[in-house]
Design a protein around this ligand. Sequence first.
Ligand SMILES: [Zn+2]
Length: 344
Amino acid sequence: MATHWVNGVKRQLKKPRDSRVHQDVRIISGDAKEFMEGYINEVQEKEHCYFRPPVCPLQDYYHYGCDRGKHSTGKSNGEATKTRANSCKAYISFKVITDAGISGAIIQKMLQHTGHDEDNSKEKNRILPDLHSLVEIWLQQGWSTSEILIRSHDWAQQNGHVDKKDSRFYLTPYDIRLLKKNLRGVTDSDSVYVDHLVSTELIDKIWFYQPLHNEQPFIVVVQTPFQKLLLEENPHPMVFMDASYKGITAHGYAFYALLLINKTGRGVPFAYFILSKETTATVSLCLQKLQLNNPRSVMMDRDLRVLNAIKRVFPKCKASPLLVPYASGCQPVACEDRWRSPDS
Ligand SMILES: [Zn+2]
């Protein structure tokens, strides 16, 4: 039945004008997208060439062009070791059809590559998608270029890729810097979105907002009406303050939480700061904006920038890095025993 169906479809096909184009018809038993991905992966492994994600100019028609199909622009002369824009015309296309209750695909493929040699591993190839996502995660976690370089090479070795010249598995510092730059492009659009959010949906919760602009650091002071009330109702003389960097903000910004002790003795957050640049000036500004009712002491870790900010805003407050309020009977829960250099 299946063979009969395939032959029936084949009989109706027009012969392609280009003699390099090969035609085939296959039955699709499961999901069409999965079938196409599987087919492409098979060809990629066999032919050592790579295809771009598909474009779909017509309904049920999917075109996978060679990864090196783009035309080179600017100063580039399309040299395959320097660019992937080699104007290669190789492709695979799928026309998904359903007839008499059977689904299948008419496949056209032209696998004669031009402008590059798919067996030359020195050619610049796209980074393997898995590795690409991994590097993005590392960048978001704040790892440096050299740390990521070591990690990515370890990853390649652990996954059995031995050819260190293969640019799909072995990154250069330049690759990592480029990924970092692309990621920052995402950050810029995020800042536009934040602009929108703070002036609409979150307007009642934002106590102070300074948008990112050239040299001006990004600052948000968050305090909900409930938190404001909490602060008014629990005028505790002691404030707890600590910052976090990794994980919470993908952009490497500092996130501060400020806590007070409520009437039942629990620590509850009453405000948050998010800062793109952590200096005495930015922390001072946040503290000023909050208009705290002169706390007697602030418990914090040994960050000089924060210490100086507290001294500046609350001159009478007992804020020293050694300030551990044993006297008040409180355990030094948030105290970290280390110094961080100012504005580092
Ligand atoms: Zn090609």
